[in-house]
Design a protein around this ligand. Structure first.
Ligand SMILES: Cc1ncc(COP(=O)(O)O)c(C=O)c1O
Length: 380
């Protein structure tokens, strides 16, 4: 599996490589931001090169065939029934989440969102003058579960629930049974479901989209994580209900957003048409990196959280450090750049480590973790 090609990101103005904790210096291992070190799918690269060679970098538009291609991908892979006419092209997923909130709720309304959390989702709530109702996922031994008793209470006076499905940072995939319960509760309480499904294609078990259970759920889809195309900052929001779709569109019109990114549309369409093999290959490679971490850290006092999705892992250091400050000090000592739990509104000392890189780097990460103060690691 060594025919995985990486991109040397240093010097390319990459956030992942060039924005690290200023307390670190020297030989830093960079395993933070949610993008892969892998080279993009060759067909995407070739299509972009060919386009750039024409010299045409003018305005483009999302042609109808693109919506059909996206609908086909999700309908085929996850049995969703997406209507190509019901997509709205949106800027990044984070913006699409904020727009969905604006289109379906009022100022001061309560919106449920699980913790730990990918913070921009929470900010899309609070910075739009809505109330974030925190719904902590339950950590049971080494996996997370939805706290349905709490959720039942919270649903009673909420206007919306924002799902991060699959869940970042825990890697939890909502089971079909979980989603059925969430849909029943939200119907009973007239709560709108908004689902950020950006990580759907990085699942290692059957994935159910909430859209298959509730066609009125707003789903936000993106090729960005699937194919490592983060810089295009383009997503597709599927809204079945006409009144909400019109309201959403009106808000976008207010910003005069015209979705004219021709390179994004070319890359995204090419990726959905030709990228399946690339995705399978890179998921397989990443999965092996995850197994390596699991096997190695089993020999230590670091707890590996079971994950069924993402190209990142969520590791628990609460047996070792009392707080995140201590954990951060330890990471600085070994020059390991990862995301710590404070970034995810979690007070337990934990890290999210990105393993979408070569296996050598993952081995080096294990070595560095084993050298963190107070980490106990038994070498075979
Ligand atoms: C759950 C989730 N939603 C949204 C995003 C950001 O997507 P975009 O760059 O399209 O805003 C990320 C990026 O890590 C993410 O993990």
């Amino acid at each position: 599996m060594s025919n995985i090609e990486l991109v040397e990101r240093m010097g390319l103005n990459s956030v992942k490589y060039e924005k690290v904790d200023p307390r670190m210096s020297g030989d830093i291992l960079r395993m933070s931001v949610a993008e892969m070190d892998y080279q993009v799918c060759p067909q995407v690269r070739d299509a972009l090169i060919k386009r750039i060679e024409t010299g045409f970098l003018g305005y483009g538009r999302p042609y109808p065939s693109l919506y059909q291609v996206i609908a086909d991908w999700y309908n085929t892979h996850y049995q969703m029934t997406l209507n190509p006419n019901h997509f709205i092209t949106t800027p990044s997923v984070n913006v699409a989440v904020a727009l969905s909130i604006l289109a379906t709720t009022k100022p001061k309304d309560k919106i449920i969102l699980h913790t730990p959390v990918y913070m921009p989702l929470a900010k899309a709530i609070t910075e739009n003058d809505r109330e974030w109702v925190k719904s902590p996922l339950k950590l049971v031994d080494t996996h997370y579960e939805v706290d349905f008793e709490l959720l039942g209470e919270q649903m009673k006076d909420a206007s919306a629930i924002l799902l991060c499905s699959p869940h970042n940072p825990t890697g939890m995939v909502f089971s079909k049974e979980d989603l059925v319960k969430i849909v029943e509760m939200s119907r009973a309480n007239h709560v709108q479901i908004i689902s950020d499904e950006i990580h759907a294609d990085w699942t290692y078990c059957p994935f159910t989209s909430v859209q298959t259970l509730d066609e009125n759920a707003i789903v936000i889809l993106s090729a960005s994580k699937t194919f490592n195309l983060q810089s295009f900052q383009t997503s597709f929001t599927h809204i079945e209900q006409m009144d909400i779709r019109q309201k959403f569109q009106k808000i976008l019109d207010g910003f005069q957003y015209k979705a004219l990114n021709s390179l994004a549309y070319l890359a995204i369409e090419t990726a959905y048409i030709h990228g399946d093999e690339w995705l399978k290959k890179h998921k397989g490679y990443t999965f092996n990196n995850m197994l390596l971490i699991k096997n190695q850290l089993q020999k230590s006092n670091v707890k590996v959280i079971e994950n069924d999705s993402l190209f990142m892992m969520w590791l628990d250091f609460s047996n070792i450090y009392t707080d995140v400050a201590q954990l951060e000090e330890a990471l600085i000592e070994v020059n390991l750049a990862v995301n710590t739990s404070t970034m995810f509104a979690e007070s337990r000392p934990m890290i999210r480590i990105n393993v979408a890189t070569d296996t050598q780097t993952v081995m080096e990460a294990v070595r560095r973790i084993s050298h963190m103060p107070k980490v106990m690691y038994e070498v075979d």
